[in-house]
Design a protein around this ligand. Sequence first.
Ligand code: SF4
Length: 335
Amino acid sequence: MDWIAPLLAWYERNARPLPWRSTRDPYHILVSEVMLQQTRVSAVLDYYARFLSQFPDLAALALADDDALMKAWEGLGYYSRAKNLKRAAAEAVSRYSGALPADYDALALLPGLGAYTAGAVASIAFSIPVPAVDGNVLRVLARLENDARDISDPSAKRRAREKLLASMPQDEPGRFNQALMELGALVCVPNGEPRCALCPVAAFCRAREAGTEQLLPVKTGKKPRRVEEKTVFALTLGGKLLGYRRQDSGLLASLWQLPDEPGLLNAEQMAYWLAGRGLTATGELLVCRRKHIFTHVEWHMLVCRAAVSGAVPDGWTPLDDDAHALPTAYRVCLE
Ligand code: SF4
């Protein structure tokens, strides 16, 4: 792969100075890689610093209180990542004396890691020459090789991994993996036109040569998201917002939520719904619409805001903003 040297030289000059790039601490790198899954760098920066000050090492994370952990992750989404990170920390404490193992296969077996994250941690923190193949890397490779095979097919990852494994620099695998990711983030971008005029490996790019860079990668259509309609109640009692904990499996498992009801209720049905829980609106019911998009489902919400009187219904709690993690899907109902 002739493009490796120009890629590394470009990375040397253009890498963004991100906090996780100035450390080789395996735990810090693991936290950054898990946070960066499905999430933009700009959104991660503050969370990364706060998370590490709250949970400075694997031992602290392994002992984290679940509500405190969810609160630290609040707004970042994909909360199962945080739960798996805690499980991985607990396993590192019990099986590896509180450190992450310097071994790709052992890392890949930790909860929530998988091939990509294990590859990133192994190569960046431990200089183990293994690739870290994610969607960005698949896109860049498909374009560099003008490869029109479907990158959502599991065989694409396997092929990319084998190819990179055979050619990646043995002395600086972490820098190589990061350079490829950075190229995908800054130049060979996912949405819109790739910035070929700025690309350090344009001279080696077969898609650029063939004029197919905007047609690649080929990715078969995802299933359309399911739409769920619901009415969400943003109710305050004595100035405190009311909510309850979600069930411990499925979407947003164990987090806190505002009360809701399937379907879009009209004003009369909302008042009836409140009465059924022993609550009475003390003023007008304010109604607005909100939408929240998850990976596989969209919530179309009718939000009913009201101050209410009555007793806190069984199983409900006055929410404390410092203690209860309310996911963004519900937070947007308060805006
Ligand atoms: Fe991507 Fe364009 Fe560079 Fe090819 S030349 S790798 S399409 S940015």
